[in-house]
Design a binder for this molecule. Structure first.
Ligand code: ACO
Length: 432
């Protein structure tokens, strides 16, 4: 809905641009007519003031520390819901009733096997490959397995692709883990729920019975809910941009996994745990705080700060609680890394530098300790994030591809290179 106009004057010409209102959140100035009317572009590196799309899926209020999936607060979903109903909500816009929920669970469950050829696909990787590298490849490979069934303009095909993705990603993630430790792959088990099944595929071995601990599988499920979507972050925007050309959705998700891997994004949970291990003792915290504040030192406190949250990340609160629950259940009374994390958080939250820059713990600050306690090696942390975020990526891809106004994403640039010049034959060039 257009409510008012913003005026902009460029080189003496004034034009009016429509200002649109969302249901909540800042108003948006529509700048699409700008180039046509004035011949100028806007410039916003890192997209700090740019809305790339219209969306109804997820809302973040960074100042309030609020995160809503389709209007529902993240803490209510994490406390009372389960991951698969969160998936349904993100994909279809409403929480399912009992019949729809049972049907959705059944369908996801019955798509969880991957083609047996995948087992051979894995043999091509070195055993010490990073599991995120393996995941990028596996998601890309999914597009080879499902290339002819994806009719990009058919909404029914979008739903099939979404179910396949949500169902098969845990199987591939568990296979990536098993391959890295040289253990046999464990097939999915349909008598278990989503998170129980995933833990079993990761930690069971064929030679003995594996009983899933319900407290730990509930914690795993909650971690998946917390990571399921986060509006137009770097990896989601990557998926949308890749998908805007009409590319195969699994190939687009592979691009999202690649983007997530970086330490400024999903790789932060791995980097955070490494940082806590490097700090090693509570006494050394001030040294690392000083380094984080030193302009000449590239070191940053991992798990701190966020582009959007300028308040406590609401996911970090739930993650902290989940962390304590997991450690209690496992009888881990004194975890030196948790002691360091708690003290580090306390010191940083009272430090002028962090207060002034509004740097608070983000979801990754406590997730590493929790995942380590659950039995995952650090290299798997970002894989678990990718598993959970797959639903957000595919929900956003589906929303984009089904939008009648959708067109290929094509940003412009501020060119600062050489102006036009003539080709010089190689023997006539001055040596450089
Ligand atoms: N430690 C120390 N200083 C920091 C930190 C940090 N973790 N984060 C930001 N700052 C400082 C910057 O040095 C900068 O200072 P300046 O204004 O004096 O130059 C200021 O705070 C603003 O930082 P930017 O990098 O400009 O903020 P941006 O929004 O681009 O970055 C980011 C956000 C990448 C998350 C950043 O806070 C960071 O690197 N954090 C550590 C990595 C991390 O935890 N990433 C996970 C993000 S959550 C997720 O993806 C699930």
């Amino acid at each position: 809905m257009s409510v008012s106009h913003a005026k902009i004057t460029v080189a003496g010409k004034t034009i009016e641009l429509p200002v649109r209102k969302g249901t909540i959140g800042p108003d948006i100035i529509e700048i699409a007519p700008l180039y046509r009317e004035t011949g100028t572009f806007t410039y916003d590196p890192g997209f700090t003031s740019t809305a790339s799309c219209e969306s109804r899926i997820t809302y973040i209020d960074g100042d309030e520390g609020m995160l809503l999936y389709r209007g529902y607060p993240i803490d209510e979903l994490a406390e009372q819901g389960d991951f698969l109903e969160t998936c349904y909500l993100l994909l279809f816009g409403e929480l399912p009733d009992l019949i729809r929920k049972e049907k959705f669970d059944y369908i996801v469950q019955h798509h969880n096997m991957v083609h047996e050829q995948f087992a051979r696909f894995f043999q091509g990787f070195r055993r010490d490959s990073h599991p995120m590298a393996v995941m990028v490849a596996c998601l890309g490979a999914m597009s080879a397995f499902y290339h002819d069934s994806i009719e990009i303009l058919d909404p029914q095909q979008h739903n099939i692709a979404s179910i396949r993705l949500i169902a098969k990603v845990p199987t591939l993630a568990a296979m990536a883990y098993k391959y890295s430790i040289g253990q046999p792959f464990i097939y999915p088990s349909n008598g278990l729920n989503y998170s129980e099944n995933f833990l079993r595929m990761c930690f069971a071995v064929p030679c003995e019975e594996y009983k899933v601990n319900p407290i730990l599988s509930r914690a795993m499920d909650r971690i998946f809910i917390l990571h399921a979507d986060h509006e137009q972050n770097a990896s989601t925007s990557t998926v949308r941009l890749a998908g805007s050309s009409g590319a195969n959705p699994f190939a687009c998700i592979a691009a999202g996994v690649a983007c997530l891997w970086g330490p400024a994004h999903g790789g932060a949970n791995e980097a955070c745990l490494k940082m806590l291990e490097e700090i090693c003792s509570v006494e050394r915290i001030p040294e690392f705080i000083a380094r984080a504040k030193d302009k000449n030192d590239p070191f940053r406190l991992m798990g701190f700060g966020h582009r959007v949250y300028k308040n406590y990340d609401p996911r970090a609160r739930i993650m902290q609680k989940t962390c304590h629950e997991v450690l209690n259940e496992l009888g881990i009374k004194d975890d030196p890394l948790l002691d360091i994390a708690v003290e580090l958080e306390k010191i940083a939250l009272h430090d002028e530098y962090f207060i002034e820059k509004k740097l608070y713990p983000n979801v990754d600050f406590y997730s590493g300790i929790t995942l380590k306690a659950l039995g995952f090696p650090t290299a798997m942390f970002t894989v678990l994030f990718a598993l959970a975020r797959s639903v957000g990526w595919v929900a956003q891809w589906k929303e984009m591809i089904e939008d009648p106004a959708q067109k290929i994403g094509r940003p412009r640039q501020l060119y600062t290179g050489k102006t036009k010049r003539s080709y010089v034959p190689i023997h006539e060039r001055a040596s450089i």
